[in-house]
Design a protein around this ligand. Structure first.
Ligand SMILES: CC(C)(COP(=O)(O)OP(=O)(O)OC[C@H]1O[C@@H](n2cnc3c(N)ncnc32)[C@H](O)[C@@H]1OP(=O)(O)O)[C@@H](O)C(=O)NCCC(=O)NCCS
Length: 179
């Protein structure tokens, strides 16, 4: 295992490194993946490098590499953005870029590892996220990880020539269970 930070059953989460840069760049610019995210613009190498290097310079965000332990295969990234230590909130984000790894439950497993860290180590009270109604895989994965659908911003997201809903989900510390 390469520098594990949070260890699960089949995966572990480790800090991102410059060696991960090209892989992350490929994932973030994949049109199928980009269509699930809030951003639309392609990402250049310089911007991706800046993003990666910024991850551990501030305690307001923390993104980690998701690695399948069997073979030490880096399949994606997940973490917290906009950590707010006054209101004890954070925004969760995940991207599994290796499409062969989709649909195997790695997303919910990674989410639960980072939720545990957020609630038990960072003392967070609420962890939220936004996803889009056309991304049924993500909505199901979030539900499996314990997130609850709390609201719908109707037709707020324009993609592929049509409007989609933005789905707001969250999990509170009181709802967190590591069973
Ligand atoms: C979204 C993502 C994190 C989910 O992780 P994952 O490891 O693939 O998730 P899972 O293995 O739990 O599979 C997703 C679930 O959705 C279901 N699913 C897949 N496609 C579906 C569809 N079109 N409609 C309904 N359910 C669907 C699967 O059957 C599975 O549920 P099940 O275990 O009850 O059968 C991952 O696929 C990913 O990163 N995708 C690309 C980027 C992205 O969408 N990021 C999120 C942006 S908000």
């Amino acid at each position: 295992m390469d520098a594990p930070f949070l260890i699960g059953e089949r995966i572990y989460l480790r800090p991102l490194d410059v060696d991960d840069l090209d892989r992350c760049l490929r994932w973030i610019n994949d049109p199928e993946i980009l269509s699930t995210l809030g951003r639309r613009e392609p990402m250049g190498r310089a911007a991706e490098k800046e993003w990666l290097e910024g991850q551990y310079k501030s305690d307001r965000h923390m993104n980690l590499a998701i690695v399948v332990a069997d073979g030490d295969r880096h399949i994606g990234n997940c973490g917290f953005n906009a950590i707010d230590y006054v209101n004890r909130n954070a925004i969760f984000g995940i991207l599994i870029g290796d499409k062969d790894a989709w649909g195997q439950g790695y997303g919910p497993e990674a989410a639960r590892l980072i939720l545990k860290y957020g609630f038990e180590e960072l003392g967070l009270h609420r962890i939220g996220l936004e996803a889009y109604s056309h991304n049924a895989r993500a909505l199901r994965a979030y539900e499996k990880a314990g997130f609850i659908h709390e609201g719908t911003l109707r037709e707020s997201y324009f993609r592929h020539g049509t409007f989609h809903d933005t789905i707001v989900m969250s999990i509170l510390a009181s709802e967190w269970s590591n069973e």
